[in-house]
Write a protein that binds this ligand. Structure first.
Ligand SMILES: CC(C)(COP(=O)(O)O)[C@@H](O)C(=O)NCCC(=O)N[C@@H](CSSC[C@H](N)C(=O)O)C(=O)O
Length: 342
């Protein structure tokens, strides 16, 4: 991290042209090889809670020994700028896709491991989160008793019953992450534990995963100082090794793996999704655009044309969630995957 001295001429000044801000001539990173995996995990220490989390996961997978089990990743990973983290680069994602999808998997009988960004939306409680739909707005005081207001009884009863049913069946395991490093260590650990589930295991990678990070050799220990009179903060980030192919080939070879491809430019969405499918050889890429992700997605699969799933105007009006269409279509493909794996 260089925060002193004159800005070298090669560095883009803030008055630079937007299209030159990013060096797009940089070579596309190849999928991670075993040596990249070993390098990364040897140089980036695991979270101190990982053993306990692995124990919970082993217990959960054993408990759901014969049924279907899905790992849903949700929310955005962060990239710390200091070891004693004051600043970090964040990835947008409220966790709506992951939390909503997890509910539909639960209602279809899946055991769900929910690997989520800490404090992002969770299945069921997402309907009454602290900010958007503040739960206090659904309550009132009646003769000194705090109760749910009459007009919300039905809706809240439905959500509460589903939440309780999942809890009583011990069907949902919540595993948190914050940083890209915690996410990658946890993803690898959980994937290896899921090997015992073979084709019954499904990976639904909806988390918004950082593509760049500061390696331990270059990250400052303490809060970066800003000098009186101002100094530029120049960041030099490394690409996060592309682990998807390690997941497919080594970590969970028998499982069905679905990744999400997020773009903002509709012109490149399908080609980028197909490129990911060809590079990682997994089973399905669900493509979505930042601006329309709640109303349309596209299934990109090997050897068949892509299939769009779009909410109609009617469905948008009546509050249909697109995940109510995505999950059945995903389960149909998982059933075929299990059949063909026999
Ligand atoms: C994040 C959203 C858009 C949901 O949004 P909320 O409902 O607000 O939570 C999700 O649908 C999605 O596209 N998730 C995937 C986003 C993502 O980071 N995808 C990566 C591929 S999977 S990350 C794997 C790693 N980069 C590698 O290639 O190995 C990408 O597009 O490049």
């Amino acid at each position: 991290m260089d925060t002193s001295g004159p800005v070298p001429p090669t560095r883009r000044l803030s008055t630079g042209e937007r299209e030159q801000a990013i060096d797009r001539s940089a070579p596309v990173l190849p999928p991670a090889l075993e040596i990249d995996e070993n390098n990364y995990f040897e140089n980036n220490a695991p979270p101190e809670y990982l053993d306990e989390l692995a124990r919970q996961c082993e217990e959960f997978v054993k408990m759901h020994g014969t049924g279907r089990i899905v790992l849903v990743t949700s929310g955005g990973t962060t990239v710390p700028l200091e070891n004693q983290t004051v600043r970090f680069i964040d990835n947008f994602s409220a966790g709506t896709r992951g939390a909503t999808s997890a509910e539909y998997f639960l209602e279809n009988g899946y055991a769900v491991i929910f690997l989520h960004r800490q404090f992002s939306l969770l299945p069921y409680s997402r309907h009454y989160s602290h900010s958007t739909n503040c739960f206090l707005d659904f309550m009132e005081e009646n003769d000194g008793q705090v109760v749910v207001s009459q007009q919300y009884q039905q809706q809240m009863r439905t959500v509460l019953r589903k939440y309780r049913a999942a809890k009583d069946r011990n069907q949902l395991l919540l595993l948190p992450f914050t940083t890209i490093n915690q996410y990658l260590h946890t993803l690898r650990t959980v994937s290896v534990i899921l090997q015992s589930a073979g084709p019954r295991a499904l990976f639904y990678l909806a988390a918004a995963v950082s593509d760049f990070f500061i390696p331990p050799s270059r990250i400052p220990e303490h809060k970066i100082q800003s000098k009186a009179g101002g100094n530029k903060l120049i960041m030099d980030l490394d690409p996060v090794p592309k682990f998807l192919n390690r997941l497919v080939e080594r970590w969970a070879p028998g499982a069905m793996i679905i990744s999400f491809k997020l773009e903002t430019d509709s012109e490149i969405l399908i080609s980028k999704a197909r490129q990911a499918l060809e590079r990682y050889s997994h089973q399905l890429v669900i493509g979505n655009l930042l601006q329309t992700r709640k109303n349309e997605i596209v299934f990109v699969e090997p050897e068949v044309p892509e299939t769009w799933i779009r909410l109609s105007d009617e469905q948008i009006k009546d509050g249909t969630e697109i995940e109510s269409l995505i999950i059945p279509a995903t389960i149909e493909r998982h059933t075929a995957w299990i059949e063909q794996s026999k």
